[in-house]
Design a protein around this ligand. Structure first.
Ligand SMILES: NC(=O)c1ccc[n+]([C@@H]2O[C@H](COP(=O)([O-])OP(=O)(O)OC[C@H]3O[C@@H](n4cnc5c(N)ncnc54)[C@H](OP(=O)(O)O)[C@@H]3O)[C@@H](O)[C@H]2O)c1
Length: 280
């Protein structure tokens, strides 16, 4: 039996990854969450895992063969990841969810340092560097409520296009990396199959939701309003990266790793559209 710990199992990539893994014979899936009582995925064993509780890490990682690490977006992530991996059994294969072109991410080389903590852990590793997730349109913590309530997509694009990716495709790559040979020591830059301007993205959202959605170009300051500290620094930098075109390029990595093309935004919205319908 292969034991795999999926951190962030309630999150955008964690849910589809856990669903793929439980469908594979001979795999025991431990669903890591800081709120394990709320983990409700058939076949997944809820597992108490919090970045804030290092004393409980060894119970969560006991006997595991592999771990899917959702990088915590906090200043001490590189140190936490390093300390966590040091507490895992030696044969563990770590698959880290990082972000597109992480070499370009300051402050202080933070994203690269998080990756380096994995690379230098003495464990086998694979690094996933995805573009922006399509699920930001259906997640109330991101754009969902604004899309539904006001028909607006406020986004600081600076005119750049974004190669949105379906989190299910990231999960499909992670599944292969966790279970199959040939992925150790690889860094995968992951995108959807096309790069879309924000006006074009809004047009596709309009069609899917059945009501008008328009892109409103906002300043980076407006885009990050309501955040502070490290979260604000990271969000500012993310939009600077958007405007520099870091998320524009398209790769074929999803297809190369999984054998089928990455999903289009239209396909994603055909499945996820109902989450976006509502009064405007
Ligand atoms: N969203 C994007 O477009 C995008 C693009 C590229 C890269 N990324 C990266 O992907 C990662 C995930 O981002 P996301 O926004 O999609 O989040 P998400 O996976 O939807 O949710 C974050 C997860 O973190 C877990 N979590 C929160 N506090 C925790 C704690 N103290 N200890 C352990 N786990 C905790 C939550 O699970 P519990 O509450 O169950 O613990 C939740 O499942 C981030 O590193 C982000 O930078 C995101």
């Amino acid at each position: 039996m292969t034991r795999i710990l999926v951190t962030g199992v309630r999150g955008k990539t964690g849910v589809p990854l856990a669903e793929l893994l439980v469908a594979r014979p001979g795999v025991a899936v431990l669903g890591g969450s800081s709120s394990p009582a709320t983990v409700d995925i058939d076949g997944v064993r809820p597992t108490d895992f919090s970045w804030d509780q290092p004393s409980r890490w060894s119970a969560a990682t006991d006997g595991i063969d592999a771990v899917y690490l959702v990088r915590p977006d906090r200043a001490d992530a590189p140190e936490l990841i390093g300390a966590f991996l040091a507490a895992t059994p030696l044969p563990t294969h770590a698959v880290l969810l990082s972000e597109r072109d992480a070499g370009q991410v300051a402050p202080d080389g933070w994203a690269l340092r998080a990756e380096r903590a994995v690379r230098s852990s003495g464990r086998r590793w694979t690094i996933l560097r995805p573009s922006w997730f399509m699920q930001v349109f259906t997640d109330p913590r991101f754009y969902r409520d604004q899309l539904v309530d006001t028909g607006e997509l406020p986004f600081a694009s600076g005119g750049a296009s974004v190669a949105w990716i379906d989190a299910r495709d990231i999960a499909a790559v992670a599944e292969r990396a966790l279970l199959d040979e040939g992925h150790a020591g690889r860094v995968y830059e992951l995108t959807g199959p096309e790069s879309l301007s924000l006006p074009r993205t809004a047009e596709l959202l309009s069609r899917a939701t059945g009501h008008p959605v328009v892109h409103r170009e906002v300043s980076i300051g407006e885009a990050v309003a309501g955040t502070d500290g490290f979260e604000r620094e990271l969000s500012v930098l993310t939009f600077e990266r958007v405007q520099a075109g870091i998320f524009t390029g398209v790769t074929d990595t999803v297809e190369r790793v999984t054998g089928r093309p990455a999903r289009t935004l239209q396909a994603f919205l055909a499945d996820g559209g109902p989450a976006l319908t509502g009064p405007v």
